[in-house]
Ligand binder design. Structure first.
Ligand SMILES: Cc1cc2nc3c(=O)[nH]c(=O)nc-3n(C[C@H](O)[C@H](O)[C@H](O)COP(=O)(O)OP(=O)(O)OC[C@H]3O[C@@H](n4cnc5c(N)ncnc54)[C@H](O)[C@@H]3O)c2cc1C
Length: 401
């Protein structure tokens, strides 16, 4: 079995972008991508809000901040080059009362420190001009925030790899990795594959795949997010993106109104513990996944700290009127009969053993393998910049020529 120079695990947006970047920088390397599913982008990269984040929220100096701002520029260029539609529809982050103004001002400072273009505070009159149906006393307007269909981006990346001679091997779930004589043998559901070096971007399974080469300091806890879709007659209630001021102690942004590039408007997602890592509905239960989460000390600590928030989210998840009430705080005119349930996504959130949610993108390397352990939102926006970062790290760690 002839080893590939490099194998990527995971054909989500990160694995594909990174394989593409490495192929571009090191055309003489033989590279393959292994994906357990029959197609690319079937998990997080194909189940998200489709927002091209501008970089407002993230801690200045963090990887998230830097790579989001860079990545958005690269993603828009990629979209232009591949005829993928995107739109800078703008985002309004809305403070509902005086008590949220301090946090809104903090967001403005962060956004400015991160170099987000065009950020501006707007008062009620301008808010109504931008989003006539939105409530609130003041808002932060990010005119450059955009929308795109990341599933289309994934398809274009996979096609680029195909035409560059980089195979994406579907139906290859990596189950174990053994090191033998300077080569790693990956046992997969599609047969064994050998590689000199391995990089994994395995999303909801990133901790498990990283654990195949060395123990990991974190565990993935899956959080499901459900959306409601606005009926056609109600779409005019949202012209772009209407977001709440997020709770800085939580990694999720709160339910929001998102215009989609196909003209739909989604409201959501909420955040409830998913009962399976790839459980897209309330009834999907994977006993092993669930027990693993419940037994993890980090999750138990998190649950003790956030039980109240978790209980409210769980209540809203099953009681539509409670979800609608939350939405009406931001768009008072929206009515329950204008909202149909679905779709849903599951976020991979890394948690450490102390119960702290890992905020920034996180990467670990151990000689001849590298693993992305935490790549939550805005990793789709940032994917091309993350790929550049990973390719740089790989060149150093693997001494790539
Ligand atoms: C509800 C939701 C809303 C979001 N909204 C946004 C947004 O608006 N903007 C934004 O920028 N980001 C958003 N995100 C985040 C973004 O979607 C993710 O950060 C990004 O898609 C992560 O890409 P990935 O390639 O790391 O993971 P994934 O897309 O999950 O891909 C991982 C791949 O690895 C494969 N895999 C796993 N284990 C194995 C194995 N053992 N062997 C082989 N293959 C394996 C999986 O099948 C999968 O295809 C959102 C995410 C969610 C869930």
């Amino acid at each position: 079995m002839k080893p590939y120079d490099l194998v990527m695990i995971g054909a989500g947006i990160l694995g594909l972008a990174t394989a593409r970047e490495l192929h571009g920088r090191h055309p003489s390397l033989s590279i393959a991508v292994l994906e357990k599913e029959p197609a690319a982008g079937l998990h997080q990269s194909g189940h998200n809000s489709g927002v091209l984040h501008a970089g407002v929220y993230y801690q200045p100096g963090s990887l998230k901040a830097r790579l989001c701002v860079q990545g958005k520029v690269l993603m828009e260029r990629f979209a232009d080059e591949h005829d993928i539609p995107f739109e800078r529809c703008g985002k309004l982050i809305v403070a509902l009362g005086e008590d949220e103004l301090g946090r809104l001002a903090d967001l403005e400072s962060r956004g400015r420190a991160n170099g987000v273009p065009g950020l501006r505070m707007v008062g009620p009159q301008e808010m109504r001009e931008i989003e006539p149906a939105a409530a609130g006393v003041r808002a932060l307007h990010s005119p450059g925030t955009g929308i795109i269909d990341f599933a289309q981006v994934v398809q274009a990346m996979a096609a680029d790899l195909g035409s560059g001679g980089v195979p994406v091997l579907y139906g290859h779930e990596v189950r174990s990795i053994q090191r033998r004589d300077g080569v790693q043998v990956l046992e997969t559901t599609g047969g064994p594959v050998a590689a000199r070096q391995v990089i994994s971007c395995a999303g909801l399974h990133s901790d498990r795949v990283a654990g195949l080469t060395s123990p990991t300091p974190v565990q993935i806890v899956p959080f499901r997010g459900d959306y409601y879709t606005l009926r056609e007659e109600a779409r005019s209630l949202c012209r772009g993106l209407i977001y709440p001021v997020p709770d800085p102690s939580l990694p999720f942004l709160g339910v929001h109104f998102t215009k989609r590039i196909d003209g739909n408007v989604w409201a959501g997602p909420n955040a409830v513990l998913a009962t399976a890592r790839e459980g897209y509905s309330r009834t999907d239960v994977n006993r092993a996944d669930l027990l693993e989460t419940l037994r993890f000390p980090g999750f138990r600590k998190l649950a003790r700290t956030y039980w109240r928030t978790g209980a409210v989210e769980a209540w809203r998840d099953v009681v539509k009127s409670a979800f609608v009430k939350e939405l009406q705080r931001y768009v008072p005119e929206v009515r329950s009969d204008q909202l149909t349930f679905g779709p849903s996504g599951v976020r991979a959130q890394a948690l450490d053993a102390d119960g702290a949610m890992v905020d920034d993108f996180r990467l670990v390397g151990d000689g001849d393998s590298m693993h992305v352990l935490n790549a939550p939102s805005p990793a789709a926006t940032a994917s091309l910049a993350i790929a550049g970062h990973l390719a740089g790290e790989a060149a150093d760690l693997f001494a790539l020529a």
